[in-house]
Design a protein. Structure first.
Length: 194
C-alpha cells in the first residue's frame, strides 16, 4: 500500500486530532499578525468597544484649541469627552489639536405648492454640512497627523420660521456630534501608527 492509501484508512480520531491541531496552529499564527486598535483590555469605554490602555493614554493626552463658533464648540466638547473618557482636558498635554470647523446649509428639495398665503417655491428640506480640517501637533509643534472629515445631516423645513431655525440647528448639532466621533477615530488611527 502506498502512503496516500494508508492516510485514507487512518482512524477518524487521529484525523480529527490532526485537523484540530492544524486549525489551532493556523489561528494562532493569524492572531499574531494583527494588532487591533480596539481590544477587550481593561481600558475605558470608547466608540465601538473598549480602547486599548496604551491608546487611551495617548488620546487622553491631547489638548484641543478653543473654538470660535457654536458648532465648532459642539465638536470640541464632544471630542474632549471622547478623547479623555469624560475626564476633561489634560493638565500637561503631549499633543495639541487644531480644528478648523465650517458649516453650510443647502436647500435639498423644493415642493411647496399652494395659494398666495403659502411660501411657494420655498425649500421643504435641507442639508447641513459640517466639515473640519484638523492638525495634531506634538509638544515641539511638529505636525503628527492632519486630515479632513465631512459630515452631512438632513432636516425638514417647516413653514414656521422658529421651527425652521430650530430644525436647522438640531441638524447642525447632530452633524457636529458625528464629526467629533469621526475625528476621534481618525486621530486614534494616526496615533496607533506612531
Amino acid at each position: 500500500m502506498s502512503l496516500p492509501d494508508r492516510a485514507f484508512f487512518m482512524p477518524k480520531l487521529k484525523r480529527s486530532a490532526l485537523f484540530a491541531i492544524l486549525a489551532g496552529t493556523l489561528m494562532t499564527i493569524a492572531g499574531c499578525t494583527v494588532q487591533p486598535l480596539y481590544s477587550g483590555g481593561g481600558g475605558a469605554a470608547g466608540i465601538g468597544g473598549t480602547v486599548a490602555p496604551g491608546m487611551r493614554e495617548k488620546l487622553a493626552s491631547i489638548a484641543i484649541e478653543p473654538a470660535t463658533t457654536r458648532y465648532g464648540q459642539e465638536v470640541r466638547n464632544k471630542l474632549i469627552f471622547l478623547l479623555s473618557g469624560g475626564a476633561g482636558e489634560p493638565a500637561t498635554p503631549a499633543y495639541r489639536l487644531s480644528l478648523g470647523v465650517t458649516s453650510s446649509t443647502i436647500a435639498a428639495v423644493s415642493v411647496d405648492i399652494g395659494d398666495s398665503t403659502d411660501r411657494t417655491g420655498r425649500p421643504s428640506a435641507g442639508t447641513v454640512r459640517v466639515a473640519s480640517n484638523y492638525v495634531l501637533r506634538d509638544t515641539n509643534g511638529k505636525p503628527v497627523a492632519k486630515g479632513t472629515r465631512v459630515v452631512s445631516a438632513s432636516f425638514d423645513r417647516p413653514r414656521q420660521e422658529f421651527a425652521n431655525l430650530r430644525a436647522e440647528r438640531d441638524a447642525q448639532d447632530r452633524a457636529a456630534q458625528e464629526l467629533a466621533e469621526q475625528l476621534m477615530l481618525a486621530i486614534a488611527q494616526n496615533l496607533s501608527k506612531r
